[in-house]
Design a protein around this ligand. Structure first.
Ligand code: 13P
Ligand code: SF4
Length: 343
């Protein structure tokens, strides 16, 4: 359809000197994103998408993409999409030779820990996370001295070195279950202070927190939510548990990115606002055109480092490969595997 058109998108394709065969091959893929990517922009993405699909076959590679990846990644080249927990589980059982993690560095490290025999690539090694940057392995050793015998539950949004000092990992999708699985009355949960406080509100287990924050979610306020409700009567407010507790209290539902998607998929609210990263709503809008997404926008600069051109380069050059020293990996793996075993 795009190939035959004499309209703007064909002119853009010509200006970009795109092979008409590429435009024809990618036309069916465009159908998946036509609700969120204007046709005039498609030629900008088409040649990278075409090349990535070819390279995946040549390299026997798969792409795991987090829910915060942009629609042109999430809906076109990704083999598996989801929240941190699902990506970790899928990485553990992946049989491809190469796993490209379209997400941030800690997600790629988690994939490598769970499936050390595969080549795990991150398209931009600088794709970090403010939570992962908020704590070091030495900080955990000090906490253990201060609270002897209290188990350490570590959010997956941390480095492998930090995981190696931990008893067990958790994600926003299983944090309560992990905390309660330990059968103790007190845990240290780090580094996300707000996630820890939000879990503490749901359990009898006493939680010692750390002062790390997600730079995307800490910026949302109760006033933002009041504004969304006032300007969009009847809107359903869904929030990620990395938001401050007052924001969670002002919302209708809180859950991991997968849980938020589940809410939309099951209940089909007429109008919804997702108090989380920008791409989440864009990706769901393509899947649920019957739902009206109000789109406040807080971008994660780390997630946005991943692009189609650097995914293509990762597959062409097999870089940047995740390498974790054995001594760190063996201890960090235990903490992640204990989490996976909880189910
Ligand atoms: P999820 O595990 O809910 O996908 O969250 C990951 C993340 O980085 C949220 O900011
Ligand atoms: Fe880290 Fe927040 Fe970005 Fe998630 S959204 S990767 S927690 S900075």
């Amino acid at each position: 359809m795009l190939k035959k058109s004499k309209s703007g998108e064909t002119m853009v394709a010509t200006a970009l000197r795109l092979d008409p065969d590429v435009i024809a091959r990618t036309a069916p893929i465009y159908e998946r994103v036509k609700g969120v990517i204007p046709a005039i922009e498609w030629p900008v993405f088409a040649s990278d998408i075409d090349a990535i699909l070819r390279l995946k076959k040549e390299r026997n590679a798969i792409i795991l993409a987090h829910n915060y990846q942009t629609p042109e990644i999430f809906h076109t080249v990704a083999d598996i999409v989801g929240d941190s927990l699902l990506l970790a589980r899928e990485a553990a059982t992946a049989e491809a030779d190469v796993i490209v993690l379209a997400g941030v560095h800690f997600m790629a490290e988690t994939a490598k820990l769970l499936n050390p025999g595969r080549t795990v690539l991150i398209p931009d090694a600088e794709a970090g996370c403010s939570l992962a940057d908020s704590i070091t392995a030495a900080d955990i050793r000090l906490l253990r001295e201060r609270y002897p015998g209290v188990p350490v539950v570590t959010y997956v949004n941390t480095s492998a070195e930090v995981k190696a000092e931990s008893d067990i990992c958790c994600t926003s999708g299983n944090a309560k279950k992990v905390v309660e699985s330990l059968g103790v009355d007190r845990v240290i949960m780090l580094p996300d202070e707000y996630l820890a406080q939000n879990i503490a509100a749901q359990t009898k287990v006493k939680i010692i927190t750390w002062k790390g924050h997600c730079e995307v979610h800490e910026r949302f306020t109760v006033a933002d939510i009041e504004g969304f409700r006032k300007n969009n009567p009847g809107v359903v407010v869904l929030a990620h548990p990395e938001c401050p507790p007052a924001v969670i209290a002002a919302s209708d539902f809180a859950g991991s990115t997968a849980a938020m998607q589940g809410y939309v998929a099951d209940r089909r609210p007429a109008r919804v606002v997702m108090i989380t990263e920008c791409s989440m709503s864009d990706n769901l809008a393509a899947l649920y055109p019957d739902v009206d997404f109000v789109r406040p926008c807080n971008l994660c600069p780390h997630m946005k480092r991943i692009t189609l051109p650097n995914i293509r380069r990762a597959l062409e050059t097999l870089t940047t490969e995740i390498v974790i020293p054995d001594e760190v990996a063996s201890r960090a793996r235990l903490a992640v595997e204990r989490m996976i075993a909880i189910g």
